[in-house]
Design a protein around this ligand. Structure first.
Ligand SMILES: C[S@@+](CC[C@H](N)C(=O)[O-])C[C@H]1O[C@@H](n2cnc3c(N)ncnc32)[C@H](O)[C@@H]1O
Length: 137
């Protein structure tokens, strides 16, 4: 097995295990703590936004929901099952037009045509540093 594959598996295990569960437990506190970054990010996305918005490494979806309220819809993607479940439950409860996909962000293909217009927000990088998504380019 090559080293990058092992790192991928470790990340998936971490975020589907202890780190993901801890984040879910502390979600309200963490969302409150990162609120100022969330507001800056939402402003920036709203200013640039011209189509669909994808929030990469959305976690429990605080930024995804904030962008969705502002932009009309947002899709969050995250490798963690527990975090995506929590994100979906919140969006449903609050009636926010956000949808969530559990996937490794590195497997996502970009827009296939020049006319496809999409914004990508990486709330993990903005709120938690670029290394939050292992191997993100
Ligand atoms: C530090 S948390 C930040 C979560 C959220 N963006 C926030 O600000 O609350 C980092 C997130 O990146 C996700 N992540 C890490 N590697 C990933 C990958 N390869 N694909 C998708 N999500 C990934 C983790 O599951 C975790 O939810």
């Amino acid at each position: 097995m090559d080293a990058s594959r092992r790192t991928d598996d470790e990340q998936a295990a971490r975020w589907n295990g202890p780190a993901g569960n801890a984040w879910v437990d502390l979600q309200e506190l963490l969302d409150e703590m990162f609120r100022p970054f969330e507001e800056l990010l939402v402003e920036a996305v709203a200013a640039e936004h011209a189509g669909s918005v994808l929030d990469v490494g959305c976690g429990t979806g605080g930024v995804t929901r904030a962008v969705a309220r502002r932009a009309g819809h947002c899709v969050g993607v995250d490798i963690s099952g527990p975090m995506i479940e929590t994100a979906r439950a919140h969006a449903e409860r609050e009636g926010v037009p956000a949808s969530f996909i559990q996937a490794d962000a590195r497997s996502i293909q970009g827009p296939s045509t020049p006319s496809s217009r999409a914004s990508v927000s990486c709330s993990s990088a903005t709120r938690c540093g670029p290394s939050a998504i292992c191997g993100a380019r």
